[in-house]
Design a protein around this ligand. Structure first.
Ligand SMILES: [Zn+2]
Ligand SMILES: [Zn+2]
Ligand SMILES: [Zn+2]
Ligand SMILES: [Zn+2]
Length: 802
């Protein structure tokens, strides 16, 4: 997903292996990215481009009017089956394939408004009704749409507008005696109902949705850092040759304190697994739902009612405003390149978008600031939105070899030592050029070259207005013109930076079957982004912070007490509760080029048995723990039992397969089968695993879900409490994992009407989740709703408190 598709990767690697040794050496030893790019780029031959073009041809990214009808019909099927969510998504796919102002698009919008109406999303429904009308919804169908509009307005408590709609509706009836008698009767009946409701509501004051009034409360920094905008004043920026740049607490920080709140400089939505066509399916259009169908391609907000780009079928937005912003800032260039960008991967896409966004920096300001530092280069730029000029100018400051002496003390900061969240900061993230393998650098360079050629073909001249077309023509065909190579080098730099600096924007997605009443969630990756301030944090396998996202905004909170003088750390992925020390260190070395020496790593290196998964087996005779490496023996005082590790590991694998099968039954609603299987797993696990083994937790959690789906809340709660114990051992009592598990338990108690237990669990869950997410979190809001509902049920206690 991040890197180019496998076919292109292996094609380029083969090309590399066939290069003459001398050229390989020249590329491997290139001292700057500029040299690397200039030596690699001319090697991209027309046949390579043809191959790439064939690969990209497999992605359907254009509009296909035939698809519109196909998706509308599929959507109607879901609608009839009362799957309104599924219907809305399919209508959205229909919308993206229809041209603007076509009957197709208006019909898709109108149908989607009906689905949204049934989902209770009245505001969005109204928007879709307007969209249907502006795109030329057929006159003869108008009454249906107006009725829906009136019903929405009534429900939203807007009686005046509803009355007006009813008046419009009546006059449209009068004007059109074309309706059949039965249709007319149906409409009359609904109209009567709406009129009654309008009269009822007219006497009531307008209701404002209260959720909208208090959104960002408690998610702002208490005091912003003067040196690092976006960070709290409780931290300061340091640099040293070994650790690079890092943040340190300047005072004691309490758990839950917000330390960083930063909007991404650039982010690209991860479209999910986009199927390639042809796929051997009955249709070339897929009805699979991915992130790309459910989230705004600019702000990442979840939406069931996206509006599509007019020029392609893959870019969809939550609103007209987001679409316009995206178009102005980057999509006007990217629109025609969708298939190529999917083929070349997210890193290439982020690299392109970063350079496009650089056009919007206040070049004049940056120029003045840096011109003094690089007066020897004599570069001075007029204010412009020309990418090449911005980049050329910045490349002068490429920290690879020259200009070290005139750098500010901390890279990425201005001469006053202020770290700004702008392209300058992005540019100074380390590309680690010397650490990447020559093959990888070659792959990145050729991918970027291919992109540059496409940009050129797509009429780059339009963007770099000062480039004389004659000058472009003068360049040798396979050699990129000088200006484009400036752009290429910048993109190559970003591509290499991303391996260490890309931040995944994640979201909690609900899983499990639609019927299940307790929420099971998993964290999914929504986008790949660059955050200049978040990038300042170093890694620990046992971090003292917790990161979460609201759209494209990252928030980092202290997850424990951080003493003044301690470093602020977050986890790049390999966390001590998920992996053993060897695996963690290997991952960090290969992706981030460093050897971790955080406390858990040091501890586990000396005592490898301390890692997760170790010490997890127990004796089947006396239940004492088994100890040892290849052959484990019982630690029980009078027991002589011993067993080989291989045997235990293969038993564990069998068990995991069984649990996986049971979970699948559970997802498909075959509850009894799932429970039988899980109970078997449970007794099997008891015979050789410790009670804290993560698989034991998984089994208990699955059992809890199954019983909840059957409405047996008591049993569900019992199993969930056991799973909670396992989570606590592995992740700690105040971990985010613990928060999610407590949330589930609260739901179970709530549904089972166990009021005191529910209130107690809600309080615990709230406390844990607040530390990690702050108040602006769906689960916390849900907990608060449950709480107020329960408090309404409870008699208010009058006696003295215990
Ligand atoms: Zn948006
Ligand atoms: Zn587009
Ligand atoms: Zn570590
Ligand atoms: Zn024993």
């Amino acid at each position: 997903m991040d890197l180019p598709v496998d076919e292109w990767k292996s094609y380029i690697l083969q090309k590399w292996s066939l290069l003459p040794k001398s050229i390989q050496v020249t590329i491997s030893t290139a001292e700057t990215l500029h040299d690397l790019f200039l030596h690699s780029s001319p090697l991209l031959q027309p046949e390579d481009e043809m191959f790439l073009k064939r690969l990209s041809g497999g992605y359907l990214v254009g509009k296909d009017p035939d698809a519109s009808l196909f998706y509308r019909e599929k959507g109607n099927q879901k609608f009839q089956a009362k799957d309104y969510m599924g219907a809305a998504v399919l209508y959205s796919k229909g919308v993206s394939h229809s041209g603007p102002s076509s009957t197709d698009i208006s019909l898709c919008y109108a149908n989607r408004s009906a689905a949204l109406f049934h989902l209770g999303q009245y505001e969005t429904c109204l928007k879709d009704i307007v969209r249907a009308q502006t795109h030329g919804y057929p006159e003869r169908l108008q009454p249906k749409l107006l009725l829906r509009k009136a019903e929405c307005l009534v429900t939203l408590g807007r009686p005046q507008e509803a009355s007006q709609t009813v008046i419009d509706l009546e006059s449209s009836f009068a004007a059109k005696p074309t309706l059949s008698a039965s249709q007319f009767q149906i409409l009359q009946r609904i109209l009567c109902r709406v009129k009654v409701k309008v009269q009822e509501k007219e006497n009531l004051p307008e209701i404002f949705p209260e959720a909208l009034t208090k959104t960002f409360e408690g998610v702002d920094l208490r005091e912003e850092n003067e040196q690092i905008p976006g960070a709290s004043s409780s931290v300061s920026l340091h640099v040293d040759p070994l650790k690079g740049r890092y943040l340190v607490a300047t005072k004691d920080i309490l758990p839950g304190e917000l330390l960083v709140k930063e909007d991404a400089f650039v982010s690209v939505l991860n479209p999910g697994e986009v199927p390639l066509w042809p796929r051997g399916l009955e249709s070339k259009w897929d009805i699979q739902v991915t992130n790309g169908d459910l989230h705004c391609h600019r702000c990442l907000r979840h939406t069931l009612a996206p509006v599509p780009c007019d020029g392609c079928s893959y870019a969809k937005y939550c609103s007209q405003e987001c679409m316009q912003q995206a178009w102005d800032r980057y999509h006007s260039v990217e629109c025609s390149l969708g298939a190529l960008l999917l083929t070349l991967g997210l890193f290439c896409h982020v690299a392109l978008r970063s350079t496009l966004l650089a056009r919007f920096e206040d070049v004049g300001k940056v120029t003045k600031k840096l011109c003094g530092e690089m007066s020897n280069q004599g570069i001075c730029l007029p204010e412009s939105k020309n990418p090449v000029q911005t980049l050329k100018y910045d490349l002068g400051g490429e920290g690879d070899k020259k200009d070290k002496a005139v750098e500010t003390p901390i890279p990425g900061c201005d001469i006053n030592g202020k770290y700004e969240r702008n392209y300058n900061a992005i540019f100074h993230l380390l590309p680690h050029t010397e650490n990447h393998s020559p093959e990888h650098k070659f792959l990145c360079a050729l991918s970027v070259s291919a992109l540059c050629r496409q940009l050129e073909a797509a009429g780059l001249q339009a963007f770099t207005t000062d480039l004389k077309p004659t000058k472009l023509k003068a360049a040798e065909p396979p050699v990129l013109c000088a200006e484009l190579s400036v752009w290429g080098v910048a993109m190559l730099r970003h591509m290499l930076q991303l391996q260490c600096n890309a931040q995944a924007i994640t979201t909690i997605q609900q899983t499990g079957s639609k019927e299940s009443l307790i929420t099971d969630t998993r964290r999914v990756r929504l986008a790949t982004a660059l955050f200049p301030v978040v990038s300042l944090l170093n890694h620990s396998c046992s971090p003292n912070t917790s990161v979460s996202f609201i759209g494209t905004i990252a928030t980092i909170r202290a997850s424990q007490l951080i003493r003044s003088g301690q470093e602020i750390l977050h986890c790049y992925g390999p966390h001590e509760s998920r992996m053993g020390v060897a695996e963690r260190r290997q991952k960090l070395r290969s992706q981030y080029f460093f050897d971790c020496d955080c406390p858990p790593c040091e501890r586990e290196k000396q005592r490898p048995s301390a890692g997760p998964g170790r010490g997890a087996f127990r004796c089947h005779r006396c239940r004492a723990l088994l100890q040892g490496d290849d052959v484990l023996s019982c630690s029980g005082p009078a027991c002589m039992e011993s067993v080989s590790r291989d045997l235990l590991v293969s038993r564990l694998q069998d068990l995991q397969r069984q649990v996986g099968a049971a979970q699948k039954h559970l997802r498909n609603g075959r509850l009894e089968v799932a429970i039988q299987l899980l109970l078997g797993c449970q007794s099997d696990a008891e015979s050789f695993l410790s009670a804290e083994h993560s698989v034991v937790g998984e089994i208990e959690d699955a059992l809890a879900q199954a019983y909840a789906a059957l409405g047996d809340w008591e049993k569900s709660a019992t199993h969930l409490q056991k799973s909670l114990q396992v989570v606590e051992v592995h992740h700690g009592p105040s971990s985010v994992e613990m928060g999610h598990e407590l949330f589930k338990l609260a739901q179970v108690f709530f549904n089972g009407c166990a009021v005191p237990e529910a209130l107690k669990t809600i309080q615990k869950a709230e406390k844990v989740l607040l530390v990690h997410y702050g108040p602006w979190n769906d689960e916390i809001r849900e907990l608060q709703k449950m709480k107020s509902c329960l408090l309404d049920l409870l008699p208010i206690p009058v006696g003295p408190k215990e």
